[in-house]
Ligand binder design. Structure first.
Ligand code: MIG
Length: 687
């Protein structure tokens, strides 16, 4: 059951797709108070209560014990103290043996989540705007609660099937030759690859929808020739449009008055990569249509996928911000600067980027009224995602396009995926990526993954290998790194063959993982889940922070520490461990419910499969398009006859029919007689 409560008058956020009548009674569970405009919800936490949700955020799967802020931020350094990342996902689920409910704030402004931070036994949720729709969700299980929330907010985005292939990316690829060198190194060494991302350096002067004519003399010819080799280009698009008369996106947007404005009616200008930029008012439909149509130039060049960046929006500086900082400096010039003033001076300059002052300087037009940006800040990236997705649909309604964004808001999960932003080549960030994934799924973002190997800092071979071992299972499997960091393509390393074999496992599992993803998306389910969803009564399982359920029948437990030759794993039920070294080389080890120490050399990683759930492996391949997805090896630890329904489709139909895509696989216990591994059926099938 979902109940809705309305406070003030909320601008339409497009997050919710079901219209529910607002209740008039008191909000259950919470004590409500108001302070100026703020709406404050307070609740006593039960001693054993676990909190799930808040999608993209740092720390554990269980969000209890910290303070988070919903405020979409361009943050380069993700630490345990980082209160905001790029997306705001205002769903929180309270789970304990004695109560289960969720609360969702459809609120595009700043929301603070004090979850046992100020007082360990109290949660305080504060909406700064005080204009919001509040939903309270009650269902019989975590799984049903997640499903109800997805029905409320709409079906998750479906990427094309090729988007489940391995993607190579790096900030710095600047020409056709450089990209060809990357693709040919992969093909030459048989490292599977489906796509290469183009970062900002492909553009002329970082201008959206342009490409450097010398570096890409025939982008269409280039993309077509890559496609013959089953490879695709995925260019980046940033939010800002440079102030450059003569540059068509600026001229047309300016003529139609589609940019965000200051109070005096002039366009708000701030610098990002292309220099001084204006910002499309993505909260307006006409601006979204105009921006979505700009993708055409690239779509016509054969591009089928994009990533949208800097859409919090990230602001390097505004003229006003610089002037304020200098004014502060002027005040102090000549005098004796005491330490407090010195720190203030430093802060004045350090705080120039992404400043709250700038976010208060501009306005959106919503329903004819001017709305100051800070009140609706968290909607901006979602508006850009929507603009792009709708533009693709207008361009070609007959297929799916790849789209993933940095900034997001609930609702954007219907239009695109997200990547987990600028992580570092740190072991702790491998764990952080894992812990974020189930909460992203809960909030609707199924197509996601982190920058494998880490974006900032210099990776080491072992860390990249362990990142790839997680990436084998994440829907978005992309190796990405920042300019000036150590080169991170697999072939740069002496142990590239080990990494190639790891990516090979992804391709052997691709039809199965795609099936699990599509079934989850099409039934409003979750691809990754905390163990609590499947074993709510197992007090050990509900607190597991370094293992995830995957699809209907699997569990992952990657190695997250350097120099560890294995790890402890908790099995909430009897499972089959498949310890992979490559697509063709793996051990099958039945393990019973309980604790296990698993030995895992650097080249090894496990997948745990529930008893009586079949796992399908194909022979793999070097691209998702050239794989044989009719011949499979089926593996199953079983003690009865079992079945699995494999979902397959053409990988691009935008309106897939779940029932029509399913093929049933049946395994008979008779198979166990011939098996070399007691209790485990191994069977080759043709579908
Ligand atoms: O200010 O386009 O998160 O993936 O490589 C940095 C350059 C801008 C941030 C993105 C990152 C991308 C980078 N971008």
């Amino acid at each position: 059951m979902i109940r809705k409560y309305t406070f003030g008058s909320q601008v339409p956020t497009d997050a919710v797709v079901q219209s529910l009548p607002a209740e008039s009674g008191a909000v259950p569970y919470f004590t409500l108070s108001r302070e100026e405009n703020r709406v404050i919800l307070t609740l006593s936490l039960l001693p054993d209560e676990i909190l799930f949700g808040l999608g993209e955020s740092v720390r554990g799967i269980n969000k209890r014990g910290f303070r988070y802020r919903s405020w979409n931020s361009d943050v380069f350094n993700h630490t345990e103290s980082t209160e905001s990342l790029y997306g705001s996902h205002n769903l929180l689920v309270f789970f304990s043996p004695s109560r289960l409910f969720g609360v969702y704030l459809d609120d595009p402004g700043l929301v603070t989540w004090d979850l046992g931070y100020t007082r360990s036994d109290t949660a305080v949720i504060t909406s700064e705007n005080g204009d919001l729709d509040l939903y309270v969700l009650e269902e019989s299980s975590l799984t049903e609660l997640a499903r109800a929330f997805r029905r409320l907010t709409g079906r998750s985005y479906l990427p094309p099937r090729w988007a489940f292939g391995y993607i190579q990316s790096r900030w710095g690829y600047a020409s056709e030759q450089e990209i060809r060198a990357v693709t040919s190194e992969h093909r030459k060494r048989h490292i599977p690859l489906d796509a290469v991302c183009m970062d900002i350096d492909y553009m002329t002067d970082f201008r959206n929808f342009t490409w450097k004519p010398d570096a890409f003399p025939d982008l269409k010819g280039f993309s077509e020739s890559l496609k013959k080799d089953h490879l695709r280009l995925v260019p980046i698009i940033d939010a800002g449009i440079p102030v450059a008369p003569g540059y068509a996106p600026y001229d047309t947007g300016k003529a139609a008055g589609l940019f965000c404005r200051k109070e005096d009616g002039s366009d708000f200008v701030a610098a990002v990569w292309p220099g001084r930029c204006v910002f499309p008012d993505f909260l307006r439909e006409d601006a979204r249509i105009w921006f979505g149509n700009l993708y055409r130039a690239l779509l016509e060049a054969g591009i089928e996928g994009f990533w949208n960046d800097m859409n919090e929006p990230a602001l390097f500086y505004s003229d006003e911000g610089i002037a304020d900082a200098f004014a502060r400096a002027e005040e102090l010039r000549g005098g004796r600067v005491e330490y407090e003033a010195m720190w203030g001076l430093k802060d004045a300059f350090n705080g120039i980027a992404n400043s709250m002052d700038d976010y208060r300087r501009f306005y959106h037009r919503i329903g004819g009224a001017a709305v100051r940006h800070d009140r609706v800040h968290n909607l901006y990236g979602a508006g850009m995602t929507r603009a792009a997705a709708e533009g693709f649909r207008r361009f070609d309604p007959s297929r799916r396009f790849l789209l993933f964004s940095r900034s997001s808001f609930i609702g954007a999960h219907r239009n695109g995926g997200i990547w987990q932003g600028d992580n570092f080549s740190w072991w702790s960030h491998l764990k952080m990526a894992l812990q974020m994934l189930p909460n992203l799924n809960l909030c609707g973002f199924l197509y996601s993954g982190c920058d494998l190997g880490g974006f900032g800092c210099n990776v080491t071979e072992d860390l990249l290998e362990r990142f790839l071992q997680l990436g084998v299972f994440t829907p978005l499997m992309r190796n990405h790194s920042a300019l000036h960091t150590r080169e991170q393509e697999i072939y740069r390393f002496s142990s590239w063959e080990m990494m190639r074999d790891t990516v090979g496992v992804r391709y052997a599992l691709l039809p199965y993982l795609y099936s699990e993803f599509m079934k989850a998306a099409l039934t409003d389910g979750m691809y990754f889940r905390p163990l609590a969803f499947d074993y709510p009564e197992d007090s050990r399982a509900v607190r597991v922070e370094d293992q995830l359920m995957l699809g209907e029948g699997c569990m992952i437990a990657p190695v997250l520490e350097q120099n560890a030759e294995g790890r402890y794993v908790y099995l909430p039920e009897d499972m089959l461990m498949v310890r992979f070294r490559s697509a063709a080389d793996y051990d099958l080890v039945p393990l019973d419910k309980g604790d296990h120490r698993i030995s895992l050399g650097l080249n090894e990683f496990p997948l745990f499969v529930r008893k009586n759930h079949p796992l399908l492996l194909c022979a793999g391949g070097e691209s998702s398009e050239t794989m044989d997805d009719r011949h499979f090896t089926v593996l199953c630890r079983m003690d009865r006859d079992v079945g699995y329904s494999l979902y397959r489709d053409d990988g691009e139909n935008p309106d897939p029919d779940l029932a029509r895509g399913l093929t049933d696989v049946a395994l008979d216990t008779a198979l166990l007689r011939a098996s070399p591994v007691p209790g485990v059926a191994i069977s080759d099938i043709l579908l």
